[in-house]
Design a protein around this ligand. Sequence first.
Ligand code: COA
Ligand code: MG
Length: 289
Amino acid sequence: MHSRRALLYMPGDNWKMITKSVTLGVDSICMDMEDGTAVNKKAEARAMIAKALRELDFGASEKLARINSVGSGWEQDDIDAVLPYRPDGIVIPKVESFEQVEWAGKIIEAAELKFGWPLNSIRVLIGVETAKGILNLKEIAAHPRLDGIIFGGEDFAASIGATRTKDATELLYARQAVVAACAAFGLQAIDIVHIDFKDAEGLRVEAQQGAGFGFSGKQIIHPNQVQVTQEAFTPSDAMVAEARRIVETFEASQKEGKGAYSLDGKMIDMPLVKNALKVLERVKPDSGR
Ligand code: COA
Ligand code: MG
């Protein structure tokens, strides 16, 4: 799975931002036809994203296109306009049911067959960002085409009538529900946008909190946010060293016949070792989570 520590959006009708995005070394680039694009610019965004997919070299960055939600009336034209130019993945926002993912999955499979691309090579990421979407996570997350779930904090707050705050306590339940569903189905979990793009310190705190919750990455909206975010979702040298130490001492203690043992005055047993292994997994090159 492609690493998606930072997933950068830009309006699909903004050529300047699209061309800038490929120079930033960001993990994923998501050209948007949904809420980042004005209602009277949808057609322009479709054409421009198709052009970008045809003409630009995205380097190591993943190229994604976000369509409008299934049921908006725009989704078919959106997907038809960009799919033939082979994006790495399609992002579907505001998903509330398994069937909505299935709708896209069928269209993508037909394109893979028609163009002779490997089956399942075009990935799907979905936004779950409404009350219904959160309630139906268990069914939705089981879709085999999925790589990850993106949690939209602003949309979710609007959906439940919550007031957004800096520490995001109003989103706690939904964020953790998304992380749990993703862990259960082996998916990446992609956290909320920090919309105050000049506030690097606030972004760092929020990104580290998300990483601590178990998210594998975060949505971003501005070039300033790339580095801080990618760093926050890369385990630090200290975390990696600590994880290695836990794994090594655990193996030794198992040989001595001890399941639980003490290290620096703390108890270590199997769950801590599993967590340490997760940290080590995340530093493998191109690991998904
Ligand atoms: N992707 C790529 N480049 C971007 C960018 C983005 N998301 N946001 C800004 N830039 C570029 C600008 O074009 C500008 O380039 P330049 O230095 O070559 O002129 C540079 O970064 C600095 O931009 P800045 O002036 O600080 O921001 P802005 O006022 O032009 O734009 C936003 C601010 C929020 C409108 C803009 O960042 C944006 O549209 N972000 C994405 C919004 C979006 O897609 N939302 C939907 C998903 S949540
Ligand atoms: Mg949204």
